[in-house]
Design a protein around this ligand. Structure first.
Ligand code: ADP
Length: 190
């Protein structure tokens, strides 16, 4: 199965994806992490995107689309992917649909983690001391939250139409959230 997990910055997508990966033997595809690696390795792509990311803006749909195609087209990951941080807007949602179709796959469930801005600010300031990410200061975190809010509505509607969307309370504890998500995944596995 393929899973999409999305939610605002600091919602815990990465944490939950990790847990799902272990439990259901899937591969995590985090676009944010792939992009940060490009910057860390100082690739030409990394140089192109570093200021975009540092300012809390989205990298172009083409760049992220090309990155994820490498995984979707790889037989090793066929129908075993969890998309963490992708899609982030309607164009990406439609691109993902087309891409999966091209490789004879589909999305089985879309998990949306809901968390309000006050909690996000608190989590991000805590994470900053741990991970030292260039985009984890309060001002940019708010910007990223707004970027998310501005783009997410059509994505939600898109997945609601196909009945794939499940909303999860991202303000609960890590274990509570993970139990809820596991239950949802089990229920569609049948
Ligand atoms: P968060 O969800 O906490 O903002 P991510 O690691 O998912 O963290 O993303 C960090 C940054 O990477 C985003 O602010 C954006 O610049 C870039 N990015 C990640 N995924 C995408 C995507 N699907 N499309 C465009 N840009 C992306």
């Amino acid at each position: 199965m393929n899973i999409v997990i999305f939610g605002p910055p600091g919602a815990g997508k990465g944490t939950q994806s990790n847990l799902i990966v272990q439990k259901f033997k899937l591969y995590q595809l985090s676009t944010g992490e792939l992009l940060r690696n490009e910057i860390k390795n100082k690739t030409s792509l990394g140089n192109q995107i570093s200021s975009i990311m540092r300012n809390g803006n989205l990298v172009s749909d083409k760049i992220v689309g090309d990155l994820i195609e490498k995984y979707v087209s790889n037989k090793l990951y066929k129908s075993r992917l969890i998309f963490d941080g992708y899609p982030r807007n309607l164009i990406q949602a439609k691109n993902l649909q087309d891409l999966l179709k091209k490789y004879d796959q589909k999305i089985n469930i879309v998990l949306k983690l809901s968390v309000n801005l006050e909690i996000i600010k608190k989590r991000i300031s805590e994470r900053r001391t741990l991970e030292n990410r260039a985009d984890d200061n309060e001002e940019i975190a708010i910007k990223r939250f707004q970027t998310y809010e501005n783009n997410v509505k059509p994505v939600i509607d898109f997945y609601k139409q196909s009945n794939l969307l499940k909303v999860v309370n991202g303000e609960a504890s890590i274990t509570e959230i993970s139990d809820e998500i596991s239950g949802l995944i089990e229920s569609i596995k049948g």
